[in-house]
Write a protein that binds this ligand. Structure first.
Ligand code: XBP
Ligand code: MG
Length: 257
């Protein structure tokens, strides 16, 4: 594999952000005077629908209310999501969620090796900027040659659109990049785009299946937070380095979607 770029998902992959998203959704419901409050159990099921606006509409479709009330509530979705996004960015700016183990290290290794970095996410650009700024500093957004975000494409994950957009903007082919994901929807999107895909499930996706994943690890690991013993026994790595990943992917053709 002539590796030229790493393409990273955001929510669940760079950071385990979904509890902060859940809080922001519930705060937005309260701010608009709506009687909804998503429990962790509710939200784990709702996460099967990617995209906050789409998730809200899916939730409203499932309510036992009359059609006029459903229409009234659906008309609020854009404002609800704007309120939620502002609240989420504020929580993240306040340090609500840190990067997952190994993310900052692997980004540094990739930059030192001259690889391009790309973001391929369902969330909004504002949310990506808030997270990178809070966790890696103001200059970090400039490390990424492409930010392909949810509203940049017609179809969100599991459609491959956001990965195809990132590859196109980088001017590289699928066999020149490796994708990093946390969810079944994200994996499906990356595989449909033809990418070798590393999956590091987060708490919210721990019960999902990851058919076709080229590598599944509990996280990327760090010297201070090595992989669990079973992952080390399986891979031989105390944590995933860029060199180990290159070697692992070198003669591996990506598993078909
Ligand atoms: C995960 C998502 C997003 C977030 C909420 O995105 O599906 O919808 O849950 O963010 P990723 P928005 O592809 O990064 O895992 O409300 O901005 O959609
Ligand atoms: Mg994700």
């Amino acid at each position: 594999m002539n590796l030229r770029a790493l393409l990273l998902d955001v929510d669940g992959t760079l950071a385990d952000t979904e509890e902060t998203h859940r809080t922001a959704f519930n705060d937005a419901f309260r701010a608009l005077g709506l009687p909804f409050d998503w429990s962790p159990e509710d939200y784990e099921a709702l996460l099967r629908v990617t995209g906050g606006k789409e998730r809200l509409r899916h939730f409203l479709d499932g309510l036992d209310i009359d059609s006029s009330e459903r229409l009234r509530l659906k008309a609020l979705v854009p404002r609800l999501h704007e309120t939620k996004t502002a609240r989420y960015a504020g929580l993240v700016a306040g340090g609500a969620t840190g990067l997952r183990p190994g993310v900052a290290r692997l980004l540094g290794e990739a930059r030192a090796a001259g690889l391009a970095l790309g973001i391929a996410t369902t969330t909004t650009r504002a949310n990506v900027e808030a997270l990178l700024d809070a966790q890696l500093g103001r200059e970090a957004i400039g490390w990424f040659a492409v930010l392909a975000c949810g509203d940049d494409v017609a179809s969100k994950k599991p459609a491959p659109d956001v990965y195809r957009l990132a590859l196109s903007r980088l001017g590289i082919s699928p066999d020149e990049a490796i994708a990093f994901e946390d969810s079944a929807n994200g994996l499906a999107a990356a595989k449909a785009a033809g990418l070798f895909t590393v999956v590091t499930p987060c708490w919210w996706t721990r019960n999902e299946a990851f058919p076709g994943a080229d590598l599944v690890l509990p996280h990327l690991g760090d010297p201070a937070m090595p992989l669990p013993a079973d992952a080390i026994a399986r891979t031989g790595w105390p944590f995933l380095t860029l060199a180990a990943l290159r070697e692992h992917a070198r003669d591996r053709t990506p598993v078909a979607a």
